[in-house]
Design a protein around this ligand. Structure first.
Ligand code: SF4
Ligand code: SF4
Length: 304
């Protein structure tokens, strides 16, 4: 892993991004996620890493990674995909959502683009040397570095490695098609079952995530698991969990694995208390009562 431990820091790369167009008024509109940022020259979208340089949109974090670790696949969490294996995890900076409760705030809301320069080949080589069976695009939102994730996934597949996305699921249909052709498994956050939550806490909307879950489940061969972080007072009411898991059984099927996870306050946002253990247990009970067959609890050590 030495090659990737070099502490040399680089700032933004120069790779043309996909999924944008120039409007008649000279503004570039990014169409990667439902935010559809309109970007003037020299500016960037909400995710920071899709930047306009002249008449082009640049994937400015291409080839720059932040964070690299060999993790048990169960930590993603994926419980039913290559169980007992390890995955080489990495992320970059930037995110298209603005979750106030983000646990990776330093990456998701970084104010500059920097990281360790690497290549898809180097990542695949490192994963194989570390005995991993897969590479995971995680820590920040992988779809904002779609070009690098796809290129890396292609090399991983050539070398017999599987690929994993840990994602918020807020992506437009066209790029999602490209992205998931190259993924073998995904853990998607369904952060809540209300637009109020998505709009107030994440600067996003619910429906695109639901559409994306249905897409993965019914139009791809990607292994899907779902995670919901239960935040007291925001998304943990029995009625909401009941509605969400009923929707899941009908639209995704009773065998889709579901992870309810405990929230802990962060320095950046502490407007909710830690999740009580009883809340997790109640959520599991409601989900199982509604027919979900594989309900797991995560971060139990953080529950109170
Ligand atoms: S991917 Fe980034 S630049 Fe593009 S629309 Fe989403 S937040 Fe905006
Ligand atoms: S989607 Fe994930 S990485 Fe992005 S801000 Fe929300 S919690 Fe953080």
């Amino acid at each position: 892993m030495n090659a990737l431990r070099i502490k040399q820091r680089y700032s933004s790369a120069m790779k043309t991004a996909r999924y944008w167009h120039m409007r008649k008024d000279g503004v570039i509109e990014c169409t990667l996620c439902p935010r559809h940022c309109r970007i003037a020259d020299g500016k960037h979208g909400t995710c920071l890493v899709r930047q306009r340089k002249g008449d082009e949109l640049i994937a400015a974090s291409y080839g720059l990674i932040c964070g690299l670790a060999v993790d048990p696949i169960e930590k993603k969490p994926l419980t039913h995909f290559l169980p007992g294996s390890t995955t080489l995890s990495f992320g970059t900076v930037g995110c298209n959502l603005t979750c106030k409760f983000c646990q990776n705030w330093h990456l998701a809301r970084a104010n500059k683009i920097e990281g360790t320069r690497t290549t898809p080949k180097q990542i695949a080589k490192t994963a194989l040397e570390a005995g991993c069976e897969s590479v995971a695009f995680t820590y920040n939102e992988p779809t904002v570095f779609l070009e690098f994730a796809v290129d890396t996934a292609k090399v991983c597949h050539e070398r017999g490695l599987k690929t994993v996305a840990v994602t918020n699921g807020w992506i437009e249909p066209e790029p999602r098609k490209e992205f998931y052709v190259h993924m073998d498994a995904a853990n998607v956050d369904l952060k809540a079952f209300t637009d109020r939550f998505y709009q107030t806490l994440c600067g996003a909307t619910l429906q695109p995530v639901l559409d994306m879950l249905v897409y993965i489940r019914h139009e791809t061969n990607v292994h899907l698991e779902v995670t919901t972080l239960l935040i007291p007072g925001w998304n943990d009411s029995p009625a909401e969990i009941d509605a969400m898991t009923k929707w899941a059984v009908v639209n995704l099927g009773p065998d889709v694995p579901w992870h309810f996870s405990a929230y802990r306050p962060t320095r950046e946002w502490n407007e909710a208390t830690p999740t009580p253990l009883q809340t997790l247990l109640d959520a599991k009970s409601i989900a199982e009562h509604n027919g979900l067959q594989h309900v797991h609890l995560g971060n139990i050590g953080l529950a109170v």
